[in-house]
Design a protein around this ligand. Sequence first.
Ligand code: SF4
Length: 279
Amino acid sequence: MAKGMITRQPTKSGRHEGAKKPASAIPKVTVKAAKAALPGAKLAAARKAAKPAKGYNPTSPERVREILKRLDERYAGATCALTHSSAWELLVATILSAQCTDARVNMVTPVIFKKYPTVQDFARLQPEELEPDIKSTGFFRNKSKSIVGAARKIIADFRGEVPSTMEELLTIPGVARKTANVTLGTWFKKNDGVVVDTHVHRISRRLELTKNDDPVRIEQDLMQVIPRERWTLFSHQVIHHGRALCVARGPKCAECPLENICHAEDKTWSTVEQHRGAK
Ligand code: SF4
């Protein structure tokens, strides 16, 4: 049994028994199984959070491997949900996605790329001219300035092509590490970092892969524990998980494939100890 994977099975009473099982024997917990194990009990049976057991290591390679395996099983082929057909379109869509849903961005981008098909078209605009078209994505004044500024910079310094290195991308207006990581990982297929959006932020803390609260530090922590070849896929899978099950309020723990290796303090149902501060 690997360190960091403390498994307990639900009993009829809903209380823990001390049995530990190897990773291969960890059962999948489904709503049906959960209800069968807890006849008559309410599923909202989250336990009082306590300190982790001595020796528990949430970032042990074995536990991380198990998390990745289960994410693979549930979110095979997860990728960026922003519609795009070039690095430039992806860059613009990612800038627009700040504080906005991908679905909303995907409604706006076909309209603006039809109106302004090239980077040069955007560079010729005044930011105010773009504002009405992107207003529904929120923060439209700043986003307009960023997009027009990015187009001008790409023409002036990168011959009209979106650059493919982190260093160069970070010189573009409106592009910070999150946008750069999306562009590098999704379009250029380079694992230069981990995308830390609101979902990755929340779930990495719930899974105790980081104790930090600052996205830059969270990214550094994740880069230490997630194998490099998995950085982009991990980000996409966790973002999907955050939308489907591990939502901000009232996560659907009884349906979650990670349930019995997750010790989050704010779980809504749990077969394992919950850890104070794991949220
Ligand atoms: S068990 Fe609950 S809190 Fe933990 S990852 Fe799954 S949905 Fe999120």
